[in-house]
Design a protein around this ligand. Structure first.
Ligand code: BG6
Ligand code: MG
Length: 222
């Protein structure tokens, strides 16, 4: 396949902020008497802040106990804690092989975009000192529906002036892989077969991402 663009998810792909989201949601959930575990957390990955909170409240059968204003306070409480966890983020926290992959793409004139549901994405890329690699950062507020809808990936391809069929999407979430598949891009899932069995290609972590992309280009993987 001739690859013209790669669209990355951020949390859990470029850096391990997926873990920070989990820590912060778990703290908030405990505070309001709801227990969440890792399995449930898989269903939150890729999902916006507001929608994640709704899912947690529904899990604890508490959705109707809170007004919209109170829900906003809860979401703010979670984000404030999450922001304190982000304070410690440095370029040392970039996942394995990610910078090598970005460099390889850049050197081969393959465009790079970010399709993250996170409003904190620009801040995180700055902290990791990776901002310059990205030609496009899709603003999640600019698309109508979040993942698993393909909208954010389609918008990324559009902003790069590329046909989705010329692009690869990289994701660690169930919802994100569905979004990539439905956008007609080739999906690379980072994680387990159990959670990401619907990805076209699955790798357990990012350590062989560059090699995987090279193999796709050489048609050794499709
Ligand atoms: C996604 C994460 O990238 O961004 C979700 O996978 C998170 O866990 C979502 O809820 C929104 O992030 P933020 O930073 O805007 O609260
Ligand atoms: Mg993710």
């Amino acid at each position: 396949m001739k690859i013209k663009g790669v669209i990355f998810d951020l949390d859990g792909v470029i850096t391990d902020t997926a873990e920070y989201h989990y820590i912060a949601w778990k703290d908030l959930a405990n505070k309001i008497g709801i227990d969440i575990g890792r399995e449930f957390n898989e269903t939150l990955k890729g999902i916006s802040r507001g929608e994640s909170l709704e899912r947690i409240l529904e899990k604890g059968n508490k959705a109707e106990f809170y007004t919209n204003e109170q829900k906003e306070e809860l979401a703010k409480y979670k984000n404030d804690y999450y922001l304190t966890l982000l304070e410690r983020l440095t370029p040392n926290d970039i996942m394995d092989n990610i910078e090598e992959t970005l460099l390889y793409l850049k050197e081969n004139d393959i465009k790079i975009a970010l399709a993250s549901a996170s409003k904190n994405a620009p801040l995180i890329l700055e902290k990791l000192q990776l901002r310059e690699y990205f030609e496009v950062i899709v603003d999640p507020a600019s698309v109508k529906t979040g993942k698993p809808s393909p909208d954010i990936f389609l918008e990324g391809a559009k902003l790069m002036n590329l046909n989705p069929k010329e692009c690869i999407g990289v994701e660690d979430s169930e919802a994100g892989v569905i979004a990539i598949n439905d956008s007609n891009m080739l999906s690379i899932g980072i994680g387990s077969e159990e959670n990401l069995g619907h990805a076209k290609i699955i790798i357990p972590n990012t350590s062989r991402l560059k090699e995987t992309i090279e193999k796709i280009e050489q048609k050794q993987l499709t």
